[in-house]
Design a protein around this ligand. Structure first.
Ligand code: ZN
Length: 148
């Protein structure tokens, strides 16, 4: 009897979770003059997952004007970007296995599109987050506030 109840409860919980799952889609563009088209990105409180799509609307190759989209705490982003320079283009200009990186796309060149999906559970409501491009020299211009 109790076992049945527990199984029933677990099923109900699963159903609730499935109903509540919501992937929120955000889009951002990068261009040939080292700019994103957004300075702020916002995730609605009812999202459980975020899908960020980065579109490079320029024409330049990724070795010259590559862009990616990286998310971290604001306190960490400069250190990540600086460590990423040594990692090189093969590693998307990011230090490998760095748990300060919350989410990131690969580096793309003109005309390309890429995306990344991550759970909102990686974020704290009201936390101070920054998105940026880790291509060497880009984060000065290519960064913005990520709000949850
Ligand atoms: Zn860039």
């Amino acid at each position: 009897m109790i076992k049945k109840l527990i199984v029933g409860l677990a099923l109900m919980l699963c159903a609730d979770l499935a109903l509540a799952a919501k992937t929120c889609k955000l889009e951002i563009e990068g261009n040939d003059v080292m700019k994103y088209n957004l300075v702020e990105m916002k995730v609605a409180p009812d999202c459980t997952e975020v899908e960020v799509t980065l579109k490079h609307v320029g024409k330049l190759a990724k070795a010259t004007m590559g862009h990616n989209w990286v998310l971290s705490k604001t306190a960490d982003f400069q250190a990540i970007a600086n460590a990423g320079i040594a990692a090189g283009l093969d590693k998307d200009y990011l230090p490998p296995n760095d748990n300060r990186i919350i989410a990131h796309t690969k580096v793309i060149g003109g005309g390309e599109t890429t995306s990344v999906t991550f759970p909102v559970s990686k974020l704290t409501k009201g936390g101070d987050y920054t998105f940026f491009c880790s291509f060497p020299g880009h984060y000065g211009l290519m960064r913005g506030k990520f709000i949850y």
